[in-house]
Design a protein around this ligand. Structure first.
Ligand code: F6P
Length: 559
């Protein structure tokens, strides 16, 4: 039996905490109160439930809350030991109990002179040593000093990785493309589907291409398969094993496997087991980001993360962005029984942000047992999803406005655009404000009727409103702002996980499928029909696949 780290000791089960019970009663009282009423009762509500911290303006007034809701939620945070948990995380305690690991992504963005210890060793110098190594390498690649095997400079960088070794780099590259070196091409291969690799490389020359093989474990099936294919692709063109050293670098915690793969460990960038995959975009996993935007901008992004870390660690909970966001997520998830949260960035460069958040939030909080292994009696992590505005408005917003589900939304917008073009930005931002307003206040049947709408059409054109949202505004999308936004969600996830008393840093749920796939691979590839011992459905699917998988090849031959 694993001992739970000290901060969780003495915390009573969630449903027995007095604040939880009080919130249940409070919810029964206010669940039908309309935002229209709340705004009418307090003409300054829009300012009352809004504040600015670390350069982000957070308006949470359009939530179905009162002052009492917030004080009860804050009380719940206290009774859940949130302060102690935060201190434990920042203090390097092994709060990832099922993997017996510290959780120190915050150490990746600390200042050089800070001290964070894991097992008695200060990890900050190691972090900065890797950052310096990355800086040297990124500068060489960006300046053209780093040459490929044939002497040509690197024009294309392909990151091979999956999950946290892909989604962060993809999202950061897309988000910060404006700041990127435009004469270089950046691509990302993650899927074991060969199409991903084929499409990423079809128009590139191997002699100008650098592969970054990013894998914490360096054993992940998808990444290692793609890395081997990349090596074959490069060697076919370059014809010399020595080329690997100039065209492949690795980011990993596993030196032995990197060596085995044939990558010179001089070209390996380390990180540590106390960095979770989905929390790793600031580590060497961010090498492609650093090459794209340059070391100075990368460090500016880290400074943004650090600013949010410090805010989370030190700000009073009632003025603490991640704490409030996390508590509001709990409020809807557990009391209103909302199943999902929509994240709606009104910024095209953030188009991959929702996909990034899906791993961050759902791999972290999609858990069904508490830290001590007891099955939870309440809902845990909500489903996160979203699309950039205004595109989403023309697809799924209908359901958010008039469907039967309550979907809290996070709107993210910027005062200034990076690409000023006519009145585009005003039009974009008018939609942020309009959508949040429409969701909250809706349109009553009386208002619809007053417009001359015939009676039969009135129900269809009525908007109930009372649909909650947060609005988060920042000056403009910079590396620093991106860091703040990502850290905001990281710590909100941590806040939620603490309330639910789960381990937000393990991911056992991804294991079973991986293991079963390993068993099925030889069954698909065997020359003779294998004896299959799965259930009847899986057996039949495998047989059908074996019988028909040559189809494409046969069709090609025929053609
Ligand atoms: O999907 C499970 C997972 O372990 C993620 O947590 C991780 O980000 C991803 O696989 C990739 O792992 P690795 O970096 O070890 O290849």
């Amino acid at each position: 039996m694993i001992t739970i780290s000290q901060p969780q000791a003495g915390i009573i089960p969630l449903c027995e905490r007095p604040a939880w019970k009080a919130l249940q009663q409070h919810h029964a009282k206010i669940q039908n109160v309309h935002l229209r009423q709340l705004f009418a009762e307090d003409l300054r509500r829009g300012e009352h439930f809004a504040f600015e911290a670390v350069g982000l303006y957070f308006d949470y007034s359009k939530n179905r809350i009162t002052d009492e809701t917030i004080s009860l939620l804050l009380e719940l945070a206290n009774q859940s030991g949130l302060r102690e948990r935060i201190d434990a995380m920042f203090g390097g305690e092994k709060i990832n109990v099922t993997e017996k690991r510290a959780v120190l992504h915050v150490a990746l963005r600390t200042m050089k002179d800070e001290l964070i210890k894991v097992d008695g060793t200060n990890v900050v110098p190691e972090v900065h040593a890797v950052l310096d190594q990355m800086t040297g390498f990124a500068n060489q690649v960006r300046s053209g000093q780093w040459r490929g095997h044939t002497g040509k400079r690197v024009r294309n960088v392909i990151n091979i990785g999956i999950g946290g070794s892909d989604l962060g780099p993809v999202m950061a590259y897309e988000a910060l493309k404006y700041y990127s070196q435009r004469d270089m091409t950046f691509r990302f291969v993650s899927n074991v589907d060969g199409t991903d690799f084929a499409e990423a490389t079809r128009d590139l020359s191997a002699d100008e291409t650098l592969f970054i093989v990013s894998s914490k474990t360096f054993t992940t099936l998808e990444t290692m398969t793609n890395a081997r294919t990349a090596r074959e692709w490069a060697l076919q063109a370059l014809g010399d094993e020595k080329a690997v050293a100039r065209h492949f670098v690795a980011v990993s915690t596993n030196t032995a496997e990197v060596k085995k793969f044939g990558i010179d460990t001089a070209n390996m960038f380390q990180f540590w087991d106390w960095v979770g995959g989905r929390y790793s975009m600031d580590s060497a996993i961010g090498l492609s980001t650093m090459i794209a935007i340059g070391p100075d901008q990368f460090r500016a992004m880290l400074a943004g993360f650090h600013a949010m870390d410090e805010h989370f660690r030190t700000a009073a909970f009632d003025r603490n962005l991640p704490v409030l966001m996390g508590l509001l997520a709990v409020w809807y998830n557990n009391f209103f029984e909302s199943q999902t949260i929509a994240v709606l960035p009104y910024e095209q460069y953030l188009k991959s942000f929702p996909a990034y958040l899906q791993q961050l939030t759902m791999e972290s909080n999609g858990k069904h047992v508490t830290l001590d292994g007891t099955r939870v009696e309440y809902q845990t992590g909500p489903i996160f999803w979203g699309e950039p505005g205004t595109n989403g408005q023309h697809s799924f917003y209908q359901l958010i406005h008039q469907g039967t589900k309550l979907i809290p939304c996070d709107f993210i917008g910027f005062f200034q655009t990076l690409n000023p073009l006519g009145d585009h930005h005003d039009l974009l931002m008018s939609n942020v404000f309009a959508q949040a307003e429409a969701l909250a206040f809706g349109k009553t049947p009386e208002e619809v009727r007053a417009e001359g709408t015939p009676d039969w059409l009135v129900p269809h054109r009525t908007f109930e409103g009372n649909r909650p949202s947060n609005v988060i505004l920042a000056e403009r999308l910079t590396p620093e702002t991106l860091g703040k936004l990502v850290a905001l969600y990281e710590h909100s996830v941590f806040t939620q996980g603490t309330i639910w008393q789960i381990d937000s840093f393990d991911q056992w749920g991804v294991e079973l499928g991986k293991v079963l796939a390993q068993r099925i691979i030889p069954e698909l590839e065997a020359a003779e029909d294998p004896s299959l011992k799965h259930d009847s459905s899986t057996n039949a699917l495998i047989r059908r696949y074996r019988n028909l998988k040559g189809g494409a090849a046969r069709m090609k031959k025929k053609g």
